[in-house]
Design a protein around this ligand. Structure first.
Ligand code: NOJ
Length: 978
């Protein structure tokens, strides 16, 4: 959200202008001096005569040392253009093969920010045991040999190459664009007397205008002639005082042999990132990472948006590799393809040390595990938070909230969470209810909670500068506010008018912030949010931070945070820290902690550990719908799997067709929330006319029936880091025809393949099946056969339909009884759908726990695997065996970091006991060729029981009804043809 300063008055009336993005309010590379310098360096390299460009950076060979007791080396790097300046470089190999490269200036005039990794990483990475890495220090290069790979550090020029399988997979500084601007003293401007420098009018009068003779800088071939924006920079009306001067880092990273790169969210761009420079460039500006609140952003752009994760995957049919660049300052990334099947990237960051992690893969699974080991796996959220959320700016009163809830119930539409945007708060002083419209907030929340629902209220990071507002007063007294460059508390504008921002980098802010959310009076807590409830959860918005009258709608870069760091150094981490502290506050709220839920708009590497994000203020257009999916896919591969776009589009009034299609997409977003701008017409799903209303009701019910599938997928991502929405290249890493596909995806490991319709009037669509396997339509059971090498199949898509296919070989556990909320489904029976593959086998998992506490960490869970296999011939003799086995006993649940979550598991744990009577009410089998003759159930407690079944010839569907099995028990069902 971003109104112009002149529109601030309008904010009071909440009438926001609705025009397209104001591009001129946001920097392009050409408006950012360090980006200009970085790109100009790349241009000089390109313009140089063939072979003439040589990086001036060299490793001093006699200074290479193997680190004692670690699997790394240190070396000294120098820039030949500045003989006095040295950088210490360190290369370390982690036990999973990741290579970390760090560099910092030795005894620099100032200190570079070196804490970005400490916020992003979950722990100090485990280094490879020393005996696993052999370093050979040679005259031209040092090579580390480990696990069949090589990391080679070349001295002159400096270059680092990761080799695997005899291939150069990642190359740092192969193009010679590496440049770490050292700290320097500001040189006084050249001494010019008035005589020497005539005023322009006088100069014009002189007959011969002498060109002032500038000495050619010896470093000009590399650095350029000008000191472009080294010491001060003005963008529009804001001047950045740049107290530390230039310290930017430019670095080229090549992925030879990899045509596709993915990741670096968040951009409204295709999943396979199009080139930004070179002959095949699609965009003309580099991808930018600088968390910003971009009002009405475009649907196709490299502009930065609300969150930044500097993680990139590079993919080919030979390997998937990646780079994680732990930098929090403004970063621009150019992508180009020097050869059709290779990718060159150029990263330009404004400040900080060099701290990059080379992820060797070589499979997508490996990359996800490697990144998760560094920054943590996504959180296992409360079950209710993966159900349906209904939001709007704003439900205007407690009465309104109750009416919305009633309308959902009257229309038999499930919903789990009702949201309150900023208008619940008095003068936008968060925590303070507007008494007039919300006279009974706690009662309202409890009314909603009566059927297991929750509420979420917004708490933004800006505090109204009003001494009667306790949150502001206390933060000021504690001296925990962000400072301006002049060391006074920073003041900016946001929803409440003049505001201040808590500095969440200051540990003193953390305990204080937790206190605000506590439900009971606590020692040391002065003021807390009294009118709250354990059923109220939090939405952290505007945390880039958004500052209406700041440069690019955010804070000045020379603002100062705890520890004296400038805002420029830490900006991209800011939003994550804020949401992280809110999640901690919710954790601390109850004696026996419940899983928190915090939705954050801004994010960074590591945000996945704390909660969900959404893609921000999208528009109600088809283009935004399509890019919303691409953005969620990119978020997911960068760890931020719990993500989704505002269903319906934030701005605008989508028609019924678009809204219906939007729900079809939203049902398959990990975070499924409808939201709308205050100026839009009400569009809760029950307001739709028929047939759309019934279609959307069915869609909501579809989400609820699939909650076991989703929850199982969330558990998997929380231990493996694998994304919830899996693009084709992740599922089929050898199928090059699928590498750029980003309109369809698989849901976790479930085998569900989904292609939402994101265009108007589409009556059929093609789905890419990458393998020679059978796929079943989820709704009709019609089969579609893939082919070796891949095949496109066409599916009809009238408004009530979109492709949801079950991959042959999958088993889906679902719950088919419509309920008002997910909590009410706890004792509901299961339907198990078995989709046999071409060889007559299938498997699938089900994970359950109490859905909101941490008792699963003590082994209170149910984790089962269903297996099905045809033994013998399906048509004539033979049988189909279907088994339910206790996976938690059979296979300790190993997380990527080696910990086992189910170590304490016993089959009779309290949670399993609490659902011991929950039945399987139906088993459906797809893919049989003939009706069977007998169906038997075997379990440990009684003799085989004969079961009844139905056979539907048209769809070859076998339905075993009421098979007398319990979901927590082991059992086997045998289907026989003789
Ligand atoms: C901006 C958020 O992106 C939007 O979702 C919210 O409704 C408004 N702020 C008002 O809080």
């Amino acid at each position: 959200m971003r109104p112009s300063v002149s529109a601030l008055l309008l904010l009071a009336t909440l009438a926001l202008p609705s025009s397209a993005v104001k591009n001129e309010d946001f920097r392009k590379c050409k408006d950012s001096a360090f980006c200009r310098r970085g790109r100009a360096l790349a241009q000089r390299a390109k313009d140089a005569a063939p072979g003439a460009w040589k990086s001036p950076y060299t490793v001093i060979d006699e200074a290479v040392r193997v680190l004692p007791h670690t699997s790394g080396i240190t070396a000294v790097l120098k820039n030949e253009l500045y003989p006095g300046i040295k950088f210490r470089i360190e290369v370390r190999v982690h036990d999973d093969g990741v290579v970390r490269v760090r560099a910092d200036e030795v005894k620099g005039l100032k200190k570079r920010y070196d804490e970005a990794a400490s916020w992003a990483l979950i722990r100090e990475p485990v280094l490879a045991p020393q005996y696993e890495v052999t370093w050979v220090i040679g005259a031209w290069e040092t090579t580390g040999h480990y696990k069949g790979r090589e990391i080679r550090v070349f001295y002159k020029p400096f270059r680092i190459v990761l080799f695997q399988d005899g291939r150069e997979d990642i190359v740092l500084n192969g193009e010679g664009l590496f440049n770490m601007e050292h700290f320097r003293e500001k040189t006084p401007p050249a001494d010019k007397t008035e005589e020497e420098a005539p005023a322009p009018e006088e100069a014009a009068d002189q007959k011969v205008i002498e060109e002032p003779k500038k000495p050619v800088k010896a470093t000009a071939w590399f650095e350029g002639e000008e000191e472009d924006g080294y010491w001060e920079e003005t963008f529009k009306s804001w001047t950045d005082s740049k107290p530390k001067g230039p310290e930017s880092i430019s670095m080229d990273v090549a992925f030879p042999g990899h045509q596709h790169v993915y990741g670096i969210p968040q951009h409204a761009a295709p999943l396979s990132l199009p080139a930004t420079t070179g002959p095949d460039s699609f965009f003309d500006d580099p991808y930018r990472l600088w968390n910003l609140d971009v009002f009405e952003h475009e649907a196709s752009s490299t502009m930065s948006l609300y969150g930044s994760i500097p993680l990139m995957h590079a993919h080919s049919d030979k390997s998937t590799v990646g780079i994680f660049n732990a930098v929090a300052s403004e970063t621009w990334i150019d992508v180009s393809h020097p050869k059709p099947d290779s990718t060159l990237t150029h990263w330009i960051s404004e400040s900080g040390i060099l701290d990059v992690f080379l992820l060797p893969g070589p499979t997508p699974e490996d990359i996800f595990a490697q990144y998760a080991r560094l920054t943590g796996t996504p959180v296992l959220p409360p079950l209710w938070s993966i159900a349906y959320h209904q939001c709007r700016w704003n439900y205007i009163s407690s009465q309104d909230v109750r009416e919305v809830q009633k309308a959902f119930d009257d229309n038999e539409m499930p919903v789990d969470v009702l949201w309150l945007d900023i208008e619940y708060s008095e003068e936008h002083k968060y925590f303070m209810w507007k008494d007039k419209t919300f006279p009974d907030p706690v009662e309202m929340i409890e009314d909603v909670a009566a059927v297991g629902r929750k509420m979420v209220a917004i708490v933004d990071p800006h505090l109204k500068r009003d001494h009667t507002y306790p949150a502001y007063k206390e933060a000021m007294d504690l001296d925990i506010l962000v400072k301006s460059s002049n060391n006074n508390n920073y003041e900016g504008w946001c929803w409440p008018g003049s505001s201040a921002w808590v500095d969440f980098f200051n540990p003193a802010a953390w305990t204080w912030w937790q206190g605000l959310f506590s439900l009971k009076d606590k020692e040391g807590v002065k003021w807390r949010w009294e009118k709250s409830s354990k059923n109220l959860f939090i939405w952290n918005d505007m945390n880039e931070p958004s500052v209406f009258n700041g440069p690019e709608i955010t804070m000045q870069k020379d603002n100062v945070h705890y520890g004296g760091w400038e805002h420029r150094d830490v900006h991209n981490i800011n939003g994550m820290l804020y949401a992280n502290q809110t999640a901690r506050a919710l954790l601390a709220r109850e004696e026996i902690p419940k899983r928190p839920f915090v939705l954050s708009r801004s994010f960074f590497a590591g945000s996945q550990r704390h909660g969900a994000i959404w893609t921000g203020d999208n528009m109600g257009t088809w283009e935004h719908m399509a890019v919303g999916l691409q953005m969620a896919l990119a978020d997911g591969i960068a760890g931020m799997t719990f993500s989704g776009a505002d269903v319906g589009g934030f701005f605008g009034n989508p028609g019924s067709e678009m809204l219906t299609r939007w729900y079809q997409l939203g049902v398959f977003f990990p975070f499924f929330r409808a939201h709308a701008h205050i100026d839009t017409k009400r569009r809760e799903p029950y307001l739709l006319e028929e047939p759309y209303k019934s279609i959307v009701r069915d869609l909501l019910r579809l989400r609820y029936s699939l909650l076991p599938v989703w929850y199982t997928a969330f558990r998997e991502t929380s231990v493996t880091g694998m994304p919830l929405l899996r693009p084709q290249y992740v599922m089929f890493p050898k199928d090059y025809k699928g590498f750029a596909i980003d309109g369809q995806f698989y849901v976790g490991s479930s085998g569900l393949l989904v292609k939402p319709i994101t265009q108007e009037g589409v009556t059929e669509t093609d789905v890419w099946l990458a393998e020679d396997e059978v796929y079943y339509d989820y709704f009709t059971y019609k089969t579609y056969q893939g082919a070796k090498g891949g095949k496109s199949v066409t599916l009809p898509t009238p408004i009530e339909k979109f492709p949801v296919l079950i991959r042959g070989g999958s088993i889906l556990p679902t719950r088919q009884r419509p309920r008002r909320s997910s909590t009410l489904m706890k004792q509901d029976p299961f339907t198990i759908t078995i989709a046999l593959d071409s060889s007559g086998t299938a498997s699938g998992q089900l994970y359950l726990d109490d859905g909101d506490s941490f008792s699963h960490e003590k082994g209170e869970l149910v984790w089962r695997e269903f297996q099905a296999a045809v033994l013998g011939k399906r048509k004539k003799k033979g049988s189909l065996q279907i088994m339910s086995i206790d996976l938690a006993s059979a296979k300790p649940d190993q997380a990527v970091d080696g910990t086992s979550l189910s170590e304490l598991y016993t089959p009779a744990n309290a949670f399993a006991q609490s659902i011991k009577d929950v039945k399987v009410e139906k088993i459906k089998v797809l893919g049989l060729l003939k009706e069977p003759k007998e169906v038997y159930l075997h379990n440990n407690t009684h003799d085989p029981i004969q079961l009844a079944w139905e056979w539907d010839n048209a769809s070859s569907l076998l339905t075993v009804k009421n098979p007398s099995t319990k979901i927590v028990e082991d059992w086997t069902i045998t289907v026989k043809w003789v």
